[in-house]
Design a binder for this molecule. Structure first.
Ligand SMILES: [Zn+2]
Length: 182
C-alpha cells in the first residue's frame, strides 16, 4: 500500500537519477496496529505503553534503536518444514529481550513507544532476517540513507518495477501468515 498523505519528504530511498523518493510513493511493508476505542472509533495515541508480545516461539535475532521511532526487534522462527521466517516489531520502547535470547509465544518483548498521535506497533513477517543482502547497492534502498538500519526500513520501493513491492523483498502478509500457521 502507498499512502499519498505521507507527503513529499524523502525517506531513505534514492532513485536512479539521485533523487530522494517521496515518502508517499513507498510501499508499506507491514501492518500498523493502533489502539481501537469503540466510542471514539480510533484512539491515535492510546497504544502507547501497551505490551508488545512475541507472535511465536523463536530466537531474538536483532534489536536496534532507531532514534525517535523507538527500537526495532526481530525474532527468528523455525517452521516445521525446516524453513525460517522472521517477525519484526517497530516503535518498541524499553525492550526486555536481548539478541540471542529464546522467547515463547506471548512473551512480552517491550511496549509500544510514545509517538504521540501516531503511537502504534508496526509489525512484519518476512522470509529473510539478517538484512545483509536486503537492498543491493544498485537498488533504490541501497542508494539511500537507511542502510544502517539493519532490520530493514519498514517500506520498500525500487526503480525496477519487479523489485518495487514488499513481496519482492520477502515480505508476507503478517496476519494471513499467522492464521495459516497456528
Ligand atoms: Zn508501519
Amino acid at each position: 500500500m502507498q499512502n499519498p498523505g505521507l507527503g513529499n519528504a524523502g525517506k531513505c530511498f534514492v532513485d536512479a537519477n539521485g533523487h530522494k523518493v517521496p515518502f508517499s510513493q513507498l510501499y508499506h511493508a507491514g501492518e500498523d496496529w493502533f489502539k481501537f476505542d469503540a466510542r471514539r472509533q480510533v484512539d491515535a495515541s492510546g497504544a502507547k505503553d501497551e505490551p508488545v508480545l512475541a507472535v511465536a516461539n523463536g530466537l531474538v535475532s536483532w534489536k536496534q534503536n532507531i532514534g525517535a521511532e523507538g527500537w526495532v526487534i526481530t525474532i527468528e522462527h523455525l517452521l516445521a518444514d525446516g524453513s525460517k521466517v522472521w517477525s519484526a516489531y517497530w516503535h518498541v520502547a524499553d525492550p526486555t529481550v536481548s539478541i540471542g535470547q529464546l522467547v515463547y509465544r506471548g512473551d512480552v518483548i517491550g511496549r509500544v513507544a510514545d509517538l504521540g498521535q501516531n503511537s502504534h506497533l508496526h509489525w512484519e513477517i518476512r522470509t529473510w532476517g539478517d538484512g545483509s543482502n536486503l537492498f543491493p547497492p544498485t537498488s533504490a534502498g541501497g542508494r539511500g540513507t537507511c542502510n544502517g538500519r539493519i532490520p530493514a526500513l519498514g517500506y520498500t520501493w525500487d526503480d525496477l518495477l519487479a523489485r518495487t513491492s514488499p513481496n519482492a523483498w520477502g515480505y508476507l502478509d503478517p496476519v494471513k501468515f499467522i492464521e495459516a500457521h497456528r
